[in-house]
Write a protein that binds this ligand. Sequence first.
Ligand code: FAD
Length: 389
Amino acid sequence: MAVTADVVIAGGGVIGTAIAWRAAAAGLDVVLADPAHGDAASLVAAGMLAPVSEALFGEGALLRVNLLALARFPSFAAELEQATGHRVGLRREGTLAVAYDAGDYAALTRLTAFRRSAGLEAEELDSRACRKLESFLTPDVHGGVLFPGDWSVDNRRYAAALREAAAAAGVRVVRDRVTAILTAGGADGGDARVRGVALAESGEIGSDRVVVAAGSWSGAVPGLPAGLRSAVRPVKGQLLRLRHPDGMPPVLTHTIRATVRGADVYLVPRADGEVIVGATQEERGPDLTVTAGAVHDLLHDAMSVLPVTSELILAETCAGLRPGTPDNGPIVGGAGPGGLLLATGHYRNGILMSAATADAAVACLTGRAPAPEWEPFGPGRFLTRQGER
Ligand SMILES: Cc1cc2nc3c(=O)[nH]c(=O)nc-3n(C[C@H](O)[C@H](O)[C@H](O)COP(=O)(O)OP(=O)(O)OC[C@H]3O[C@@H](n4cnc5c(N)ncnc54)[C@H](O)[C@@H]3O)c2cc1C
């Protein structure tokens, strides 16, 4: 093989690129292979860094790794900004969760009690106090809860900065798709080791370490152990990007997560005047179409809590595929042939988890143990048959 590297990474979304940057910074010679960036989830996402308002009953281990990820994010982002000279739009105002009617408020109260019992900060607010924080909220809002522990980032700026930092650190980017993980030795996969990858157009790259970070397409990368091929599925999300007309002052400071008669909608403000409105959650395979019904429902629910939304410019509609897993947790760790590492399945929290995932992956690549919070999220939990490990 003419081309070789210490590590090849399949997938250049925020997960693969964050790993590539940190691996190169740790002294590894890295090739990042990805045929495109266009429709990746990382560019569609809302950019919430929201371990608190994402915390749900029965997902304690996920909450712990999300909190680890949030704690890591500011220093990672600061280093990224220093490396590139670009701001990534980190905001720390928190999430204001609001309930439209009494039923919505009862559900929010139950979730708030659970989040408090998990040690998370929450401040209950009546309708008037909600509007003191966000003056454009409708007076019809029943009440809300401020979760100060949630932040957000401009994920498009963040992804662009990651790409620039990776290139500056020496990462070689190949615009091509990984079509095979090449192995040597071990008849039934027992002692087999990775020896590189094959690419659709560009031949083979020799490497004794390969990272699969191909988001919702990860299971389709040929060469994964059987249980992992079906462990990641695409979960479609449609989302809108709105913009303030020239001269209009910002209509929001906090991220708003609203429940409107049982339907969830969020509005995420950016420093540059963009407001993200999202998102649907659909099991439709790899479908990336934007539907009239989704645009209608998102706008309807957004306008119900923040009527001024109707004056913003509808700048973009888009759809992306979250890499979902059966237990909603990420898959980070080694599996199958020696030298094969997975970093995928980040579902609704891949932007949040990107920095901490890069730390965990680089630890694995350099023979160190990742932080203990990652222990429940190894690939082994999806491998059942003898020889798959
Ligand atoms: C509507 C929506 C809103 C979201 N909001 C948030 C949020 O607010 N906060 C948050 O933290 N997360 C959010 N997410 C989730 C987040 O976007 C994902 O978890 C994250 O982007 C996953 O990153 P990734 O790098 O694994 O995958 P992706 O960004 O999807 O990138 C995968 C890459 O792999 C490449 N690829 C595929 N197959 C191959 C192959 N064979 N060889 C080489 N490359 C390949 C693709 O071209 C692609 O570029 C949201 C997602 C959606 C859809």
